[in-house]
Design a protein around this ligand. Structure first.
Ligand SMILES: Nc1nc2c(ncn2[C@@H]2O[C@H](COP(=O)(O)OP(=O)(O)OP(=O)(O)O)[C@@H](O)[C@H]2O)c(=O)[nH]1
Ligand SMILES: [Mg+2]
Ligand SMILES: [Zn+2]
Length: 280
C-alpha cells in the first residue's frame, strides 16, 4: 500500500498510509543493500503484512538540513531576538529553497521582545524581502499562516529556540509540542525538538524540525547569483560573479543603494564559504 514517512526514530519508520492509518515499519534489507536510505517525506510502498518498506518513490526534492524530502514550502522561522535576527541565515535558506524548487516563506517570531527602534530596523529587512516577492508573516498572524498549510507539505526551519514548535502549538493547540523553557532558550544549543516529524495540520502536512547548529551551502560559487532575483540585471562583464571587477553593474547598484549592503555582504560571505569548503 502507498504511504508517506512521517517520522523516523532509529530504525522505526512511521508511515501514514493512503487509508489514513499510521503504521510502524522497518526498511527491507534489499533497500539497504541498494543504499536507499528513506527520509521523512518520502513516498513509499509498504507491505502491510510484513510491515516493511518495499520501495521509495522518486523524490521531487530533498533537503539535508532539515533532513526531509518532497516538500512544497519552506517556512523560515526567524526570531527578532534570542536567538538574534540574522539576514545571513534567511539569505542562506532562500538559496537552499530556490535550489530545490521550494517556495520559501519567512515567519518572524518574538516581536514582543524588542523595542520600537529594533522593530524599525527589522522592518527594513522585511520590506526588502517583500519587494523581492517573498511572503513574510509574523507568528501572530495565525490565520494567514494556516492558509499556507492547505493541501501542502511544509517544513519549518530555523535556529534552535527561534519558536518553530511554539508556532505550531499556536496554530493547533492540540499538537502540544514540547517547547524550550524560557530560561533554557537563553542558552545555546538547546535543541528541544529532536526528530523531524510531519504532523497533520489543516489539510496539510507540516514538519516540525530540530534547530540546526551549522548550515552549509552545496553549490558552485558561480551559481549563487542565479538565486538572487535582485542581481538579475545583466552585468557588463560576462560570467561576472560581482566581486572585484571595476565597473560591475551589481556593485554599482550596491553603491547607489538599490541593493542593500547587507544583502551584498551576505552574498560575498557565501562565495567565500563555498571557496573555503572547496579548499578543504
Ligand atoms: N516572547 C516570546 N517567546 C517566544 C515566542 N515564540 C517562542 N517563544 C519562546 O521561545 C522558546 C523556544 O521556543 P521553541 O518553540 O521551543 O523553539 P524551537 O524553534 O522549536 O526550538 P528547537 O526545537 O530547539 O529547534 C520557548 O521558551 C518559547 O516559549 C514569541 O513569539 N515570543
Ligand atoms: Mg522545537
Ligand atoms: Zn558583475
Amino acid at each position: 500500500m502507498k504511504g508517506k514517512i512521517i517520522c523516523i526514530n532509529t530504525s522505526i519508520h512511521k508511515v501514514l498510509l493512503e487509508n489514513n492509518t499510521i503504521i510502524d515499519t522497518k526498511t527491507r534489507g534489499k533497500l539497504r543493500n541498494e543504499k536507499v536510505f528513506p527520509v521523512v517525506g518520502d513516498n513509499v510502498i509498504v507491505n502491510t503484512e510484513t510491515k516493511t518498506i518495499e520501495k521509495v518513490e522518486k523524490r521531487k526534492n530533498y533537503l539535508e538540513r532539515p533532513l526531509i524530502a518532497n516538500i512544497d514550502k519552506l517556512l523560515i522561522v526567524m526570531s527578532t531576538s534570542i536567538p538574534a535576527f540574522s539576514s545571513y541565515l534567511i539569505d542562506k535558506f532562500l538559496i537552499i529553497a530556490y535550489q530545490n524548487n521550494i517556495e520559501p516563506i519567512i515567519v518572524i517570531t518574538k516581536t514582543d521582545m524588542i523595542s520600537l527602534k529594533e522593530k524599525t530596523d527589522i522592518k527594513k529587512y522585511i520590506n526588502y524581502y517583500r519587494k523581492l516577492g517573498i511572503k513574510v508573516y509574523v507568528n501572530t498572524s495565525v490565520s494567514k499562516i494556516k492558509k499556507e498549510f492547505n493541501n501542502s507539505v511544509v517544513a519549518l526551519c530555523g535556529q534552535t529556540g527561534s519558536g518553530k514548535s511554539s508556532l505550531l502549538n499556536r496554530i493547533d493547540a492540540s499538537l502540544s509540542l514540547k517547547t524550550g523553557e524560557v530560561s533554557e532558550s537563553l542558552g545555546r544549543g538547546k535543541h528541544t525538538t529532536r526528530l523531524v516529524e510531519l504532523l497533520e495540520v489543516n489539510d496539510g502536512l507540516i514538519a516540525d524540525t530540530p534547530g540546526f547548529s551549522s548550515l552549509d551551502l552545496n553549490i558552485d560559487k558561480k551559481d549563487i547569483k542565479s538565486y538572487y532575483k535582485d542581481f538579475s540585471i545583466p552585468c557588463k562583464y560576462r560570467g561576472c560573479i560581482h566581486l572585484k571587477e571595476d565597473g560591475c553593474s551589481i556593485k554599482a547598484l550596491v553603491e547607489k543603494g538599490k541593493i542593500p549592503e547587507w544583502r551584498y555582504e551576505n552574498y560575498t560571505k557565501f562565495i567565500s564559504e563555498v571557496e573555503e569548503e572547496k579548499r578543504k
